[in-house]
Design a protein around this ligand. Structure first.
Ligand SMILES: Nc1nc2c(ncn2[C@@H]2O[C@H](COP(=O)(O)OP(=O)(O)OP(=O)(O)O)[C@@H](O)[C@H]2O)c(=O)[nH]1
Ligand SMILES: [Zn+2]
Length: 189
């Protein structure tokens, strides 16, 4: 793992500090409120990359809304976002678009992944451990609905003082996707 220095990043949401952690050619970004190092129980979101949603505003998922809610939340309450560069639950963008093509034919998110020969979720959170150690995180509030992320953070010996739900609006394009997360992936929705 290789890491950058911390640098200031002024944004339309306010002023933040960023730091990059590089592992296996994936460059993950930590996006922190300016008071981050003074916080006793920082708010933390581990946000998985979604180019189609985060950048292009895709309505097929809830990623862009979840990200902007998290940015606004930490701007106000303090904390950080790990922008986890594991596009498409770590199958990559090309495979995610092939999964979308199968979804156009009627498969759901899980079925499409399995048909392409992947697990329903291929994410690896090992960089999160490195980042938490580097930033000396002990007690946090975790912004998520995903029980796998909660279990992973707890396995690091980090104390989750509370979970902050990340609830984005439902629309006619993402309602099945959100429903699959709730019914088949155990998300706390
Ligand atoms: N393989 C695949 N990945 C998808 C699809 N739609 C979104 N993704 C990816 O899913 C990831 C986001 O995962 P989600 O399950 O929405 O949310 P989460 O990160 O597990 O949980 P929260 O912390 O509650 O947001 C991003 O990396 C997206 O690119 C899809 O149809 N197929
Ligand atoms: Zn998305």
């Amino acid at each position: 793992m290789e890491k950058s220095n911390e640098a200031k990043l002024p944004t339309k949401y306010g002023n933040f500090t960023i730091k990059i952690y590089k592992q296996a050619n994936q460059e993950h970004m930590v996006f922190m409120s300016e008071n981050f190092h003074k916080l006793k129980t920082p708010n933390v979101r581990i946000h998985s990359e979604c180019l189609t949603g985060d950048t292009f505003g895709s309505l097929k998922c809830d990623c862009q809304n979840q990200l902007s809610l998290a940015i606004k939340y930490i701007a106000k309450e303090g904390g950080m976002i790990i922008y986890h560069r594991q596009e498409g639950r770590n199958i990559g963008l090309l495979n995610k678009v092939n999964a979308y093509a199968l979804q156009d034919l009627g498969r759901d998110t899980i079925e499409a992944n399995l048909e392409l020969g992947f697990e329903e979720d291929e994410r690896d959170y090992s960089i999160v451990k490195e980042i938490f150690n580097d930033l000396k995180l002990k007690d946090i509030q975790l912004i998520t609905n995903n029980p796998d992320k909660i279990a992973y953070v707890e396995s690091l010996g980090v104390n989750i003082i509370s979970r902050i739900p990340s609830i984005a609006p439902v629309n006619s394009y993402n309602n099945e996707y959100i429903n699959v997360k709730k019914e088949h992936m155990g998300h706390l929705l």
